[in-house]
Ligand binder design. Structure first.
Ligand SMILES: NC(=O)c1ccc[n+]([C@@H]2O[C@H](COP(=O)([O-])OP(=O)(O)OC[C@H]3O[C@@H](n4cnc5c(N)ncnc54)[C@H](OP(=O)(O)O)[C@@H]3O)[C@@H](O)[C@H]2O)c1
Length: 344
């Protein structure tokens, strides 16, 4: 059995990885590391995971593949020794997502320790990058917001249905901000409150633009991305808006049908993408690895509107990371990921 490890199990993504990997029939979760809880049984720190009989270690042992669920900067530092030892890596932080090393000081306030690896790292958005992921030794798991936005926009961009001037509006639950306490995530400040943030540019913006440009290198994208925090534990709802390109799609009911058909064709056979017939809600995919996508046209203004919904911790984090691992190890892509949404 292939042995896998989790670097830092105590965060939200780390604990979701442990929960999903524990039931994975094709791999053995053999090592979990931590910072604050070294030496403790996982169930002592995270009682909902008590059936996983593992002790939190200070160091990664002998594994074939490792997930890093650390914050940016610390993640790159932690996975470099693993890569040197020939261990395959799925990095869930942002540390290998951007191709241009100069973007790291600008957006993440650190100089990348190993820029040559940025070229080798494969961006782990499976639906757009499957063959390269299967052959990769280092996969950069996409950010949660970019996952929802790129899956919503990819068919329209690839088919040149829209102008490259795009507005992306996302609403996220608080687990997207991680487990570390802050005033923003304090219950009495966050509950019954909705707030926009990072209007000068969120860290996920360069990632979104980079990946849109890969879909159509001839276009110059102008993207306005505004994330919002809403009082829910998990989930991201993303609404994307862009003007329809001249003469491509009728600006009427027929056009709506055309666009839905085109999206269904684009994602035909994708196990985790559902092109849905009504606007999706975050609860429709709560606890699943699904991305629900609803494209339509605002016939009054000639704009494409695409709504997507994901669970930020699963398709936007741990689930997508396991989907990547399955491909990297030649396992069935959906192993340990098939589930139905928890509702209400
Ligand atoms: N949350 C999401 O929806 C989401 C989605 C996609 C990607 N991501 C990315 O996944 C990574 C983990 O996110 P998360 O939400 O799980 O974060 P989190 O809940 O805050 O957990 C972070 C983990 O890293 C450890 N840690 C924090 N600072 C550290 C440091 N300076 N040195 C060593 N360990 C440190 C924590 O350990 P202790 O418990 O010991 O302090 C904890 O295990 C981040 O890079 C994030 O950007 C998150």
């Amino acid at each position: 059995m292939v042995k896998v490890g989790i670097i830092n199990v105590t965060g939200y993504v780390g604990m979701e990885l442990a929960r999903l990997l524990h039931r994975h029939p094709g791999v053995e979760l053999s090592v979990i590391t931590g910072r604050s809880a070294v030496g403790q049984k996982l169930g002592e720190v995270l009682p909902h995971l008590a059936e996983i009989d593992l002790v939190i270690q200070p160091q990664l042992g002998d594994v074939d593949l490792v997930f890093s669920a650390l914050p940016h900067k610390t993640s790159a530092e932690a996975v470099l020794p693993a890569l040197e030892r020939g261990i395959k890596v799925v990095d869930i932080s942002a540390d290998f997502r951007l191709k241009d090393a100069e973007e790291y000081p600008r957006w993440y306030d650190f100089a990348h320790p190993e820029p040559r690896l940025l070229e080798q790292a494969v961006y782990g958005l499976v639906e757009l990058n499957r063959p390269a992921i299967a052959a990769a030794r280092l996969v950069a798991n996409p950010g949660c917001y970019p996952t929802g936005a790129l899956l919503a926009l990819a068919p329209a961009v690839k088919e040149r249905l829209i102008e490259p001037d795009i507005v992306i509006d996302s609403k996220s639950g608080f687990s997207g901000a991680g487990r570390t306490l802050s005033l923003t995530t304090h219950f009495s400040e966050a509950n019954e409150n909705v707030a926009a943030y990072a209007l000068d540019g969120h860290r996920h913006l360069p990632e979104i633009v980079q990946e849109l440009a890969k879909l159509d290198p001839e276009l110059s994208f102008s993207v306005t991305f505004v994330p919002h925090l809403v009082p829910m534990s998990r989930g991201i709802l993303t609404s994307c808006y862009a003007r329809l390109a001249e003469g491509k799609i009728a600006q009427d009911e027929k056009g709506r049908e055309q666009i839905a058909k085109l999206y269904r064709e684009f994602y035909r056979g994708e196990p985790f993408i559902r092109v849905v017939a009504t606007p999706p809600q975050t609860k429709h995919c709560w606890g699943t690895n699904l991305c629900l996508v609803y494209p339509t046209i605002d016939v009054r203004t000639g704009r494409l509107i695409v709504i997507s919904a994901i669970d930020n911790l699963i398709k936007g984090g741990a689930g997508q990371a396991i989907q990547n691992m399955n491909l990297m190890l030649g396992l069935a892509e959906g192993m340990a990921l098939e589930s139905t949404a928890v509702y209400p």
